[in-house]
Ligand binder design. Structure first.
Ligand SMILES: *Cc1c(COP(=O)(O)O)cnc(C)c1O
Length: 382
């Protein structure tokens, strides 16, 4: 089976993890902070907070921005469920903004309209979560223009996006947002086995997220209410979680980060081959914004004729090609339907969903594997 995505593990990665196994620290030691510093430097952000998943990083990001009961969190429907669930974890209500029909990213025009309506009814969101689908940046300038006008916080769900750029800024720089979240799940751009990280330029947000990541506890005496209790004393100041990354995972992530540029180049080169080779087929590519560089997590196409999708998917799967569909609109999930969402809520998202197919793309994909995928698509669609 040719997978749609897969990690690329080097001897350097294996050695880095082995070194930690032979060190005194498996959980909390020097490596995770090094990984945080390196990710922050790679994206030009002041702070980075490592977590045990992007899902937990999204949860902490919402909490740090003050999301709670009575608040609204908005995101787009073409995403993994975690981008919306994080709002529900905080006791907030979640709603969805329709996507741009070509990119599948949150549409600034749809957002502008929805904000006008929400302002009338006093239901403006506290936080908007912009998802960089495929690693292609959202139109952050347009989104930030709107969120700043209304005083709304902006989170980037860049689970697909580390290594990409938008208007000369690395994704994760938080130039347009309050917090950016990355995922290091094995199918993503770099992996730490699981895990995620939040970047920000705001010291207070970084401090809140790192405290909540570890039970709401501080071990720094200058942050304590009772600094004289004794050296054994740690102080719980909020209700937090165990969302920590381990040293083993941090070592893998740090080692993988060294190959980030190489991974992104390999992914873009493979995407270029697909584009050139399959340009005659009745389909459109889901492409990055002009002037931006995508990390190319997913190679997604849109079929001109959505009625072909199911048969094409089944046929390619039957030929050992693990095509995929990213994503079923979140609000059509039974859990969200039971919250009251109806089909038709975001028509562009539903149309986008019906047409899309994700092709295999990962750094170690061989030329013969890619030929096999192209030949199978040509045979099916010409
Ligand atoms: C993978 C993913 C997540 C969740 O990442 P985890 O690290 O698995 O928690 C969130 N949002 C998007 C868009 C994703 O693709």
């Amino acid at each position: 089976m040719i997978p749609y995505g897969r990690q690329s593990i080097s001897q350097g990665d294996i050695d880095a993890v082995t070194r930690v196994l032979n060190s005194p620290w498996l959980t909390q030691g020097p490596v995770v902070p090094q990984f945080e510093t390196s990710v922050a430097a790679a994206c030009g952000a002041e702070y980075a907070v490592a977590c045990n998943s992007a899902t937990s990083a999204l949860h902490l990001a919402c909490l740090a921005l003050g999301v709670g009961p009575g608040d609204w969190v908005w995101t787009s429907p073409i995403t993994f469920v975690a981008s919306a669930n994080c709002g529900l974890y905080c006791g907030a209500q979640v709603d969805f903004v329709d996507v741009d029909p070509a990119s599948g990213n949150l549409c600034p025009l749809a957002l502008a309209d929805k904000l006008v309506e929400a302002a009338k009814t006093g239901t403006l969101p506290k936080v908007i979560i912009a998802v960089h689908l495929c690693g292609h940046s959202c139109d952050m300038q347009a989104l930030a223009h709107l969120t700043r006008r209304y005083g709304i916080s902006l989170i980037e769900d860049a689970s697909h996006g580390i290594g990409g750029h938008y208007k000369q800024q690395a994704i994760g720089s938080c130039y347009y947002s309050d917090i950016t979240v990355f995922s290091f799940h094995p199918v993503k751009i770099i992996t730490a086995a699981e895990n995620g990280m939040a970047t920000t330029n705001n010291a207070a947000l970084a401090k809140t997220m790192s405290q909540l990541r570890s039970h709401g506890i501080t071990k720094l005496s200058d942050e304590m209410n009772r600094p004289d209790e004794g050296d054994w004393y740690y102080e719980q100041q909020a209700l937090g979680f165990n969302y920590r990354m381990t040293e083993l995972q941090g070592a893998l992530g740090l080692s993988q980060l060294e190959r980030l540029t190489e991974f992104v180049q390999q992914r873009n080169a493979l995407a270029e081959v697909y584009h050139q080779r399959l340009s005659q087929l009745p389909l459109q590519w889901v492409d990055p914004l002009a002037g931006s560089v995508s990390a190319r997590h997913l190679q997604m196409l849109r079929l001109d004729d959505p009625t072909l999708r199911r048969a094409l998917f089944d046929r390619l799967r039957g030929q050992d090609i693990q095509v995929h569909v990213h994503y079923y609109p979140v609000y059509l999930q039974p859990y969200y339907q039971q919250l009251g969402f109806m089909p038709g809520h975001c028509p562009n998202s539903e149309d986008f969903y019906r047409r899309i197919l994700t092709l295999p793309l990962f750094p170690d994909m061989t030329t013969s594997q890619q030929n096999w995928v192209c030949e199978a698509l040509e045979a099916a669609l010409i």
